[in-house]
Design a protein around this ligand. Structure first.
Ligand code: OAD
Length: 235
């Protein structure tokens, strides 16, 4: 293993699976039990905001209880013990990276503990419920709060920064994502184009596994700590 200076770690729902959280596309996954077009599109929110709020309020209760697992903690260890700029770009709306003490986290699909005011654009941080009556603490208008989750058809968050990180990275690790949702699915291609070494950690081959130099199959809670041990040993 070489020495790396700029590392980007892309994570998806699979990194949180060993914390007891459902992924999206597994047989018992979130999208198996709910229709994307009912809870994860801007049209759904305009049509029935109460229903969408209820979905995310319920999900929030579950996510609040979850604890980080060995994969999240391995990232903390890497960030503390490996001398490089290490960023975590996550598609996950849970806050397990924060709970594990990870640094430099970019939530490109939003965060469950935030709501954005559609009137003033400012963010409310809360682990409590949000509904169609919630008043924005900044502009004091009621009924304009939307979960700060990126719905299908909306732009991703923090992309200026993420584009820069991808253009500079020399190591790209993708952990627990099926690689079917764009643009995150294309990050590996961008990193590879910029000469980064690319690793995929998953239970099984994914649809864009062609772009990875290395595949490490198995539960991330086992494979990632072992990989981090090796990196630290060989730094
Ligand atoms: P998916 O549910 O599509 O994929 C989860 C991936 O994790 C699968 O490829 C699994 O094989 C893998 N996996 C499961 N358990 C694992 C483990 N213990 N260790 C390693 N890998 C494991 O979830 P995402 O790829 O994150 O967007 O989905 C991307 C986006 O689709 C989500 O952010 C969400 C959804 O629509 C929004 O809600 C905005």
């Amino acid at each position: 293993m070489s020495t790396y200076k700029n590392i980007v770690i892309l994570t998806g729902a699979g990194i949180s699976a060993e914390s007891g959280l459902a992924t999206f596309r597994a047989s018992n996954g979130l999208w198996n039990n709910h229709k994307v077009e009912d809870v994860a599109t801007i049209e759904a929110f305009e049509r029935n905001p109460a229903y969408v709020h209820e979905f995310y309020n319920e999900l929030k209760k579950e996510l609040v209880k979850a604890k980080p697992n060995k994969a999240h903690l391995a990232i903390t260890r890497l960030q503390k013990e490996y001398d490089a700029n290490i960023s975590v770009v996550t598609q996950n709306v849970d806050t397990l990276h924060e709970k594990a003490g990870n640094q430099n986290i970019y939530h490109i699909h939003g965060q469950i503990n935030q709501a954005v005011c559609l009137n003033c654009g400012r963010i409310l941080e809360t682990f409590g419920d949000i509904d169609t009556e919630t008043v924005c603490p900044h502009c004091h208008i009621a009924g304009m709060m939307k979960p700060n989750i990126v719905f299908f058809g909306e732009n991703l968050l923090c992309m200026d920064k993420v584009d820069r990180l991808l253009s500079e990275c020399d190591l790209f690790l993708s952990i627990g994502t099926s690689g079917v949702v764009f643009p995150a699915a294309s990050f590996v291609q961008i990193a590879k184009y910029n000469n980064a070494k690319t690793y995929e950690f998953n239970l099984e081959p994914t649809s864009n596994n062609y772009f990875f130099d290395h595949h490490i199959y198995g539960p991330a809670g086992t494979t990632l700590p072992a990989f981090v041990d090796e990196m630290i040993k060989n730094k």
